[in-house]
Design a protein around this ligand. Structure first.
Ligand code: SF4
Ligand code: F3S
Length: 78
């Protein structure tokens, strides 16, 4: 799946939400998260983010790897 990382925090531009064909991007308290089991890897969201917060899971930079788990955990809490 695609992953939303640190740059989204307090930006929440939401351009990504508008283009996601399966509506799997959800708002959290500080940033938005992609539901990893719903994401179909279409890639539509990635170029839309003005702060480059979105990466395919395998391309998340090393210093942001914790966001892979943070996106997943955002949906485990419920
Ligand atoms: Fe939605 Fe596609 Fe982005 Fe996954 S890659 S979050 S399906 S727009
Ligand atoms: Fe956040 Fe970028 Fe989407 S700032 S809300 S990941 S367009």
């Amino acid at each position: 799946p695609y992953v939303i990382t640190e740059a989204c925090i307090n930006v929440k531009d939401k351009s990504c939400v508008d283009v996601c064909p399966v509506d799997c991007i959800y708002e959290g308290p500080d940033q938005l998260f992609i539901q990893p089991d719903e994401c179909i890897d279409c890639g539509a969201c990635e170029p839309e983010c003005p702060v480059t917060a979105i990466f395919p899971e395998e391309d998340v930079p090393a210093n942001l790897k914790q966001y892979v788990q943070l996106n997943r955990e955002a949906f485990n809490k419920e």
